[in-house]
Design a protein around this ligand. Structure first.
Ligand SMILES: CC(C)(COP(=O)(O)OP(=O)(O)OC[C@H]1O[C@@H](n2cnc3c(N)ncnc32)[C@H](O)[C@@H]1OP(=O)(O)O)[C@@H](O)C(=O)NCCC(=O)NCCS
Length: 207
């Protein structure tokens, strides 16, 4: 297995992996009418924002997992709002047919499309210590083999090159496997959320 920087042509694989691990780490395919909706939020935009903080793990030339991150989360959400979201909002024009979504999960993402993605000033009080955020998703075949940890360390080195002091992430309460993994990697809880936990890790780059 090979970990390498992600490139634009990885986009279809990122969408696929995002969907197949998008239900608290399990396959979310059955819950989505549009198989790309999850990836529109949680995978593809990172590659277009700054692909230097995106990495894939591939086997036999096929990406099997990824880690994607934004070094400056606030700048990322501003970019999403100005550049990424407007075409999506036009395409999924409101009012969206209520019966179309296959699940409450998909309906929630459809509803969110029409809302600003820019957090309020008080929403993420940890941003000065943990300006970056990430998403990591591996297909079941490559889980539990140390590759998640290796992807994390690859990203931490990339964040180190940019002198970024910390990184946060969100994980749903039911994804106990991922929470165990994040604890092991050195993340700790920043805030309990209605949907799960925000966790953060300071990065020591000799700053
Ligand atoms: C969560 C995920 C990224 C972890 O990656 P992984 O490759 O399976 O984990 P690794 O094999 O690299 O494990 C690294 C370390 O974490 C530990 N770990 C992994 N899962 C754990 C768990 N459930 N509980 C406790 N420790 C765990 C491992 O034992 C290992 O410890 P070691 O370094 O002492 O050997 C991966 O399983 C995954 O992508 N799951 C599906 C998608 C998902 O849930 N993503 C997160 C969404 S928030």
């Amino acid at each position: 297995m090979l970990i390498r920087p992600s490139v634009e042509s990885d986009v279809p694989y990122l969408y696929d992996i995002c969907l197949k691990t998008g239900d608290a780490g399990k396959d979310a395919s059955a819950q989505f009418h549009d198989p790309h909706l999850l990836g529109h939020y949680y995978a593809a935009p990172y590659l277009f924002f700054d692909r230097h903080l995106c990495f894939v793990i591939e086997e036999d030339y096929i990406p099997q997992g990824y880690i994607v991150a934004a070094g400056d989360s606030f700048a990322f959400y501003q970019w999403m709002e100005e550049t990424w979201m407007p075409p999506l909002r036009r395409r999924y024009a409101a009012p969206f047919p209520q019966e179309w979504a296959k699940s409450a999960y998909e309906q929630r993402l459809i509803d969110q499309l029409q809302q600003s993605v820019i957090p309020s000033e008080t929403a993420f009080p940890w941003l000065s210590r943990y300006p970056a955020h990430l998403h990591i998703n591996l297909l079941p075949a490559v889980q539990g083999k140390g590759q998640g940890k290796a992807l994390m360390n690859t990203l931490f080195a990339g964040l180190g090159q940019k002198k970024i002091p910390g990184v946060y992430l969100g994980v749903v309460t039911t994804n106990t496997g991922a929470i165990g993994f994040y604890n092991k990697i050195g993340f700790s809880a920043l805030r309990e959320e209605s949907w799960g936990i925000t966790m953060g890790k300071e990065l020591n780059h000799g700053l």
